[in-house]
Design a protein around this ligand. Sequence first.
Ligand code: AMP
Ligand code: GLY
Length: 426
Amino acid sequence: MNILVIGGGGREHTLAWKLAQSPRVEQIFAIPGNPGMAKVAQCVEGISLDNNEMIVAFAQQAAIDMAVVGPEAPLTRGLVDALEEVGIPAFGPSQAAAELEGSKSFAKAMMEKYHIPTARFKVFTKAEEARDYVKEQGAPIVIKADGLAAGKGVVVAQTVEEAISAVNNIMEGNSFGNAGSRVVIEECMVGEEASLLAFTDGETIVPMISSQDHKRAYDGDKGPNTGGMGTYAPAPVMTPDMVEIAVEKVLKPIIAGMKAEGRPYKGCLYAGLMITAEGPKVVEFNARFGDPETQVVLPLLKSDLAEIMLACCEGKLDQQEIQWSDGAAVCVVLASGGYPGSYMKGAPIHGLEEAEAAGTMVFHAGTAEKDGKIVTSGGRVLGVVAEAENIKAAVDKAYAGVEKIHFQGVQYRKDIAHRALERMQG
Ligand code: AMP
Ligand code: GLY
């Protein structure tokens, strides 16, 4: 098979790395890819991710047998539909199904209709009414921009003042464009968060190993929200019983509901869960693999990813036997100093080979090649991943790799997986 991977972050590097292990895969292309992916894929320059036509034309010309779409934006712009229209199987949801991530109000309405546990909520299109509702409900309370906002559209407000200024900023400021014309206001849920990703062909659902992300920038879960500073898998909070509850109460009803609505969902469904005293509740759905969850989930997959993905495209997931390693994996993200605020680019990165010699895998997220050297080019630069028999051993191994890597201003969390470690000690 010839495979086309869409995207160029740490998630896509991990997808390409895992796909390359399949004996059925001949060649992998990536648009745009990154210098790390270049080891396993041919990176294609000059095609914009928002140009469906050019991507489809490239896929036809390169005789692609299956495309794998990483990020949410091309999914919500209908790239999967465009590829399928010319007969190229594409792993990922259609535009209509990707609404589950693209519109929070759609996702909430689906959860309400299909009785899926989630935070109580109300949707507003008028700022005045939203402010009145906030005053009536009090704090803490959660304010969300309706559309895609690159992870920046959510404010967990501790005071009414903070909530009102979030409403004003989202609905009356300019930073969110169309995504801010509508807000979802939610009850603030209390508990531990976990991510449960699943393969689905629209009918059969196979949950992956659970994982947990660290979204805050600094140690102790302090500082601003980021795209994710590190992950570990499995998440101890997701016991086998809890996974089963989540499959029954969340994954099965949402996949059946999407089918009933005429928006059958195939690909990877990401359920962001809050494990509350009343059980798992949905924080959000994403229409794609998580980043950096993928970096810890896929190393634990023992089966052939290309076969599983093709089975999802062909509606034959029930015929796949999917096996997981019983070890653990940890990912530490190395970011540019200043991230998630402004940061410098172009710093040379040293020690990549030494980190790999120390037994870690290094997935590239924001890197570029300049004069034959790898340099920084984004906020999240690298994901250093280790696999071991348990989380403690994987943490030690991952940080041993991290210590080998240097670039100017490097910033990373030193406490990845602390909750899991505390849980195991306690
Ligand atoms: P989202 O972009 O929906 O994933 O939200 C970003 C983060 O905000 C989540 O990972 C949670 O930590 C937090 N969050 C979102 N919704 C809620 C909620 N209803 N209650 C508590 N925390 C929330
Ligand atoms: N790591 C969170 C996400 O991929 O949305």
